[in-house]
Design a protein around this ligand. Structure first.
Ligand code: SPV
Ligand code: MG
Length: 290
């Protein structure tokens, strides 16, 4: 996040999705709590345990050369749980964890109804615990500010972000569910650059990443578009095959078996294997440390 242009990240929930994020040219994978929960057909409400979310991030990390940023909800509990979390995620080679300042049980930020914030003291304690627990300087802790989501206003969002950076956060994710980017742009205008800013423009999708970059935002996370694309494509494909009694009609718009084999590094039909295109490069992962 320290150099070049805005860092572009996309969400995934399994190794194949993570590989497709990498192939598309993204800089990092977001191990999305919503996507992983959805893959179990479970609400994104803290139902999956830390080991289950860690496993998902870990297998995605194994499938790619780019960094994985793990959505760790509220840090899985109190400061002691955060310490355990950092140890486990760091050991797994995850580049960054993101914790949000919500009171447990967490609710997805786009869910209707009340969103309760943790106190500043409680959350800064968790950030400080995370930073103290990390073994390597490259490990990155992103503090996610939910004040705009909770309707607590811009001043509260800024106050909290400053407190989280003071407690050691390496970056601030300012989340918004406005239909326009105005509030994250205002936040960015008023942010004095103490730490890089991250946004998730799910509800304001028309904002161009160049506009975010010009506003000083350093990372954009397209958190769930892959899941949504897959759901729509699978619904349409299964529906059509079931209705028509054959699969010919869907053939032109689904990936060929050859493409799947290519992804997996398998030779197709009687062809000789032309160089394992599905293999990882073996390059060292770059840090996303600012
Ligand atoms: C996720 O992808 O799980 C997120 C982003 O945390 S949001 O769904 O907007 O809460
Ligand atoms: Mg989440």
């Amino acid at each position: 996040m320290g150099g070049g242009g805005i860092v572009k990240v996309a969400g995934a929930h399994n190794p194949l999705g993570a590989r497709l994020v990498q192939s598309a040219g993204f800089d990092a994978v977001w191990a999305s709590g919503l996507e992983i929960s959805a893959s179990y057909v479970l609400a994104d409400a803290g139902l999956l345990s830390m080991p289950e979310l860690l496993h998902a991030a870990n297998v995605m990390n194994d499938a790619v050369d780019i960094p994985v940023i793990a959505d760790c909800d509220d840090g899985f509990g109190k400061a002691e749980d955060v310490i355990r979390m950092v140890g486990a995620y760091e050991k797994a080679g995850i580049a960054a964890v993101c914790m949000e300042d919500k009171r447990a049980p967490k609710r997805n930020s786009l869910e209707s109804g009340r969103q309760d914030l943790a106190s500043v003291a409680e959350f800064t304690g968790k950030i400080a615990a995370a930073k103290k627990a990390q073994a390597h300087t490259d490990f990155t802790v992103i503090a996610r500010v939910e004040a705009l989501i909770a309707g607590s206003g811009m001043e509260e969002a800024l106050t909290r972000a400053h407190a989280y950076v003071k407690a050691g956060a390496d970056a601030v994710l300012i989340h918004s569910r406005s239909a326009v980017p105005d509030e994250v742009l205002e936040f960015a205008r008023r942010w004095k650059g103490e730490a890089p800013l991250v946004v998730i423009p799910t509800t304001y999708p028309s904002v161009h990443c160049d506009e975010l970059e010009q506003a000083g935002i350093r990372m954009v996370i397209y958190a769930n578009q892959g899941l949504r694309a897959a759901v729509r494509a699978m619904q349409e494909t299964y529906g059509e095959v079931c209705r028509s009694g054959h699969s010919q009609a869907v053939e032109p718009r689904i990936a060929s078996i050859r493409e799947i084999f290519d992804l997996l590094g398998m030779p197709y039909g009687n062809e000789a294997n032309a160089g394992l295109p599905g293999k990882r490069s073996g390059k060292r992962k770059d840090s996303i440390k600012p």
